[in-house]
Design a protein around this ligand. Structure first.
Ligand code: GLC
Length: 735
């Protein structure tokens, strides 16, 4: 009888529309005992040991859910599967608090989009928002309430495999991409059944791992932390992100998953974040190997007191929070605060009002891999590609060529275009490069394929056939790069040239004297100076997802004029790392005429391709860079305009980029900082006037006293087609 009354009471709460979410949270919290409160802070993964497409809870978890001892599951999906489990929580537990189901929907649930680094290469935030929207529509139809994305870690070291998951080296571009994905996932109504909670990760500083070695030590100044690595997190929090994920790494001696400075001082006190923080996988437990906790009990105490609300898979909160509270080491208040944050997001998701609204099998069947979503992956893939070289306009190729050789270990791979973190992405859904080219061309063109070599192997016996095929063809398209598992988590590489003997293969094909196009398929910048020097055409395609082949064929044969720009610098050699565009000037900036300056003796001291670089099948001419004033007060804005002409013969899109340099500050300032960009479309011969506004916000930085301010002084403004090829002007800020 008591249960029924309680159920009616909870339901009456949920129907009391006028009650605010905070009041409803308080009502539920007041009913909970300590065990049930701790249960909300516990997250476990589904068990891959079930061997089915849909992973199921591990042995014993259903009983724990029935007892209210688990608040969230990850890696469990499927409308029917999640409904079955949700029913246990909502109909069989004492307080009927719904579970929240999380999953790594990083670039798609089943319909795989280009990897995030590829999408960032589009420099098209609205396209990226649409992509995230489609991903949310698909994942939510499969019972998912919450994605562990966007990953917003700034990465300046391409040895780090997770560079593929983020938006590159720049905080401004990274912030726009982070906001676009939060908006795409969460939409305008988080309680709708086709929106999902975002999770900004990995908070924070994870991309700064020393040596680009995953999980490694991170140590940089608070100023760098705030100005570079924290910027995208702050932008995403300001955009209303529902959750964050604490990172594995330490920063300056304090592991993020036990850092009060990060999870409370910055996130809650400064940024006023009111959602919740989930740990990374066992990252609370890893406070022990980090050496700041002697055992799991101390790790639990550090984590919850830091402000990490939910424990993913460490068993720390499950096993020790109750005794920590009973021993007076952790206050009930701290527990209540974390529970409140989690309940708040569950209410915002509408899970209390209708815990089964994500569990409609019919919707899942009609949504997953729908035509519109597949089409959306194609447009994302087109805009993600970066044309790195096109000597003598070899590209676009003619569609009436007689014979085309398609060569290389990635040319017909069904698996690799999915990239890392592809979730339920299925290789059978992938259009390979070879298939895309065949789809594009009529029967009059003979398209033949030779693998040539494998990605990592040292065997050259496939070269002969590949060279013969190239010799017998009008053009050779060589698809090389990394396999999908060479970039992503725990996939750092000390050498970032083409793996195996792939470059030897390219050289052998180049020696035939036939026109050669190199297609790169990879998850990080690669050091390919020989290819850049010797091959006529090079396209960076990253991992483009299920429509890779069709998108690449669209670019190869001119049905899409490439418009991508690099979100990350390509070094010539791994020894140049870290190399990034927004570097400091130093006291001895490189001067080729002065021995005693900052450079390497044994190579050309420039990137292979600079940040923001990308060519087109047309040309764009910049002129009339002008400022509406050359002097502004600290609280005033400045208007910048430039004329951009499509001076070629093909319609195309151009990303007009605006950088500034603060020449003198109370602390050293980068030689360039991206502050705005505009992706415009110009018909052949068309000219557009592009205007930007430099607001005081764009001039602020952390001064010598760590105040975020505008300082008076002289500035340069640069506008152009990439971070190096720019026109410049000057202005001053006066007190
Ligand atoms: C992984 C990753 C994190 C992911 C989580 C859940 O270790 O670091 O990005 O969201 O575990 O799969």
């Amino acid at each position: 009888m008591k249960k029924i009354l309680l159920f009616i009471f909870i339901c009456s709460i949920s129907f009391a529309q006028k009650k605010t979410i905070e009041q409803r949270v308080d009502s539920v919290l007041a009913l909970m005992n300590l065990e049930e409160k701790i249960g909300q802070l516990v997250q476990y993964s589904g068990g891959w040991d079930t061997g089915t497409q849909t992973s199921r809870p591990r042995e014993g978890h259903i009983e724990l859910i029935r007892k209210g001892k688990i608040g969230s599951l990850l890696n469990v999906f499927g409308a029917e599967e999640t409904k079955k489990i949700q029913k246990v929580a909502v109909e069989e537990s004492r307080l009927k608090i719904p579970l929240i189901f999380g999953l790594d929907v990083i670039h798609g649930f089943r319909a795989t989009f280009p990897i995030p680094l590829a999408e960032a290469s589009s420099w098209n935030p609205s396209l990226v928002e649409k992509s995230a929207r489609w991903q949310a529509i698909e994942a939510s139809s499969a019972g998912i309430h919450w994605t562990f994305n966007p990953m917003v870690d700034i990465a300046r070291d391409p040895r780090w495999g997770r560079i593929m998951e983020g938006s590159g080296e720049d905080p401004y571009l990274g912030s726009l991409m982070a906001v676009a994905r939060v908006k795409g996932y969460q939409g305008n109504d988080l309680s709708a059944n086709n929106t999902i909670a975002a999770c900004i990760k990995h908070f924070a500083g994870y991309g700064g791992a020393e040596g680009g070695r995953d999980y490694n030590t991170v140590d940089f100044s608070e100023r760098t932390f705030r100005e570079v690595y924290l910027r995208p997190f702050q932008a995403a929090v300001n955009a209303g992100a529902a959750t964050l994920m604490a990172s594995f790494n330490e920063v300056g001696g304090v592991p993020s998953s036990g850092s009060n400075f990060l999870q409370t001082k910055i996130l809650r006190k400064e940024w006023k974040f009111d959602g919740f923080v989930v740990s990374d996988w066992n990252s609370v437990g890893e406070l022990i190997p980090h050496g700041v906790a002697k055992d799991l009990k101390q790790a639990a105490e550090l984590g919850i007191k830091a402000g990490v609300d939910m424990d993913m898979e460490a068993n720390a909160y499950y096993n020790h929070l109750s005794e920590l509270v009973n021993e007076g080491k952790v206050s009930q208040k701290i527990i209540d605060e974390s529970v409140r944050r989690i309940l708040r997001i569950k209410f915002r998701l509408g899970l209390f009002d209708d815990p089964y609204k994500y569990c409609e099998a019919e919707r899942e069947k009609n949504t997953v891999m729908s035509k519109q979503i597949v089409q959306a992956t194609l447009q994302s893939a087109r805009e993600a590609m970066v044309l790195l070289k096109n000597k003598n306009n070899l590209l676009p190729l003619k569609k009436d060529l007689k014979k085309i050789a398609v060569i290389g270990p990635l040319a017909n791979s069904k698996d690799d275009p999915l990239g890392g973190w592809s979730q339920q992405g299925n290789a059978n859904d992938v259009v390979t490069v070879l298939e895309g080219i065949k789809n594009k061309l009529g029967k009059s063109t003979e398209v033949n394929y030779e693998e040539g070599c494998t990605i990592l192997g040292e065997e050259k016996n496939g070269f002969t056939k590949a060279v013969e095929l190239a010799n017998a063809s009008d053009v050779a398209i060589v698809v090389v790069g990394e396999s999908r598992n060479m970039a992503g988590e725990a996939s750092s590489r000390a050498k970032i040239d083409l793996p195996g003997i792939q470059e030897d293969l390219v050289q052998s094909i180049q020696k035939t004297g036939k026109p050669v196009v190199v297609i790169l398929m990879n998850g990080r910048p690669l050091t390919i100076p020989w290819i850049q020097e010797n091959v006529s055409a090079v396209i960076e395609t990253w991992y483009l997802g299920i429509q890779a082949g069709n998108a690449i064929a669209d670019v190869l044969f001119g049905d899409y004029n490439p418009s991508g720009k690099l979100p990350v610098t390509f070094p010539r050699y791994v020894g140049q790392i870290p190399i990034y565009y927004n570097h400091k000037n130093t006291g001895r900036p490189y001067n080729p005429n002065d021995h005693y300056t900052s450079y390497y003796q044994d190579l050309e001291n420039t990137p292979l391709y600079p940040f923001g670089f990308g060519l087109s099948y047309t040309t764009f001419t910049y002129s009339n860079l002008s400022l509406n004033k050359n002097k502004i007060k600290k609280n005033e804005s400045l208007k910048v305009s430039v004329n951009v002409k499509n001076s070629g013969s093909v319609d195309g899109a151009e990303v007009v980029q605006l950088y500034i340099r603060d020449l003198v500050g109370s602390v050293t300032r980068p030689v360039k900082e991206l502050k705005d960009f505009s992706k415009i479309f110009l018909k052949a011969g068309e000219t557009k006037k592009v205007e930007f506004t430099i607001t005081p916000e764009k001039l602020k930085f952390y001064d010598i006293n760590m105040r975020f301010v505008v300082e008076p002084g002289d500035f340069k403004v640069f506008v152009g087609t990439n971070s190096e090829d720019v026109k410049e002007a000057s202005f001053s800020v006066v007190d």
